[in-house]
Design a binder for this molecule. Structure first.
Ligand SMILES: *Cc1c(COP(=O)(O)O)cnc(C)c1O
Length: 222
């Protein structure tokens, strides 16, 4: 199916979810996750109106960046090894996977401008998932004060792969509450306005719970 058709359906679902939760759907940005698809498919997404693209590997990012003449807004959404920071930093606008001091240090060192970062949180506590435990998030954000090239724009999480919508909702709600507690601290380097949450299977719940960035791969470009 054409990306355009799929995007129309996703946008209409986001509008409905926003309406249900008294939100403005314009506050929800769709990131097309292109990690499994070709450059041509990624370009089709941009032609359909997508302005944000996401990749989870350095190789995929570099390949796609090279293929675009006018760059979309690039999001790095995958686990980032410190040694790869220098290879991605000049290509990305947002990093969604900040989850440790050593990575913060490397981003701060290699950055040539302020980098917008999401702190990744493992709300569900699954061992297979990256990210900080909920109780580690505040001390971690506090510790980022002396990294002038890092701006903590928000929090990111992945919900577990389960069917129970209540359990998924709990995870997103928890991330939102965590965002509120960080915002209350008014850190100038961590405005923490954004919530990056929701994928193909759960983005409607994420929007109901306050997502400002949804990361959609298979149901949009797949
Ligand atoms: C792959 C990926 C997505 C998109 O997943 P879909 O289920 O295909 O929508 C979103 N976020 C992250 C971090 C991913 O790795």
């Amino acid at each position: 199916m054409e990306v355009k058709t799929k995007l129309e359906e996703i946008i209409s679902n986001i509008e409905a979810a926003s309406h249900r939760s008294n939100r403005n759907s314009e506050d929800v940005n769709v990131i097309a996750v292109t990690k499994y698809v070709s450059v041509e498919r990624a370009k089709e997404a941009v032609e359909a109106g997508i302005t944000h693209l996401g990749e989870n590997r350095q190789e995929g990012l570099v390949e796609k960046v090279a293929a675009f003449e006018h760059q979309p807004v690039w999001h790095f959404i995958g686990t980032l090894q410190s040694r790869k920071v220098k290879d991605v930093i000049d290509h990305v606008d947002y990093i969604h996977s900040l989850d440790r001091r050593s990575l913060a240090k490397e981003i701060n060192k290699r950055a040539t401008k302020k980098v917008k970062c999401f702190v990744q949180v493992n709300v569900s506590g699954e061992e297979s998932k990256h990210g900080l435990a909920v109780e580690q998030v505040m001390p971690f954000v506090e510790s980022l004060e002396n990294y002038p090239n890092i701006e903590v724009v928000g929090l990111m999480t992945m919900a577990p792969h389960i069917k129970d919508p209540d359990e998924i909702r709990f995870v997103f709600k928890k991330l939102r509450e965590l965002r509120t507690s960080i915002q209350e601290r008014s850190f100038d380097y961590a405005p923490c306005k954004e919530l990056s949450m929701g994928m193909s299977n759960d983005y409607e719940i994420a929007v109901e719970e306050g997502a400002t960035f949804v990361r959609i791969g298979s149901s949009l470009v797949g």
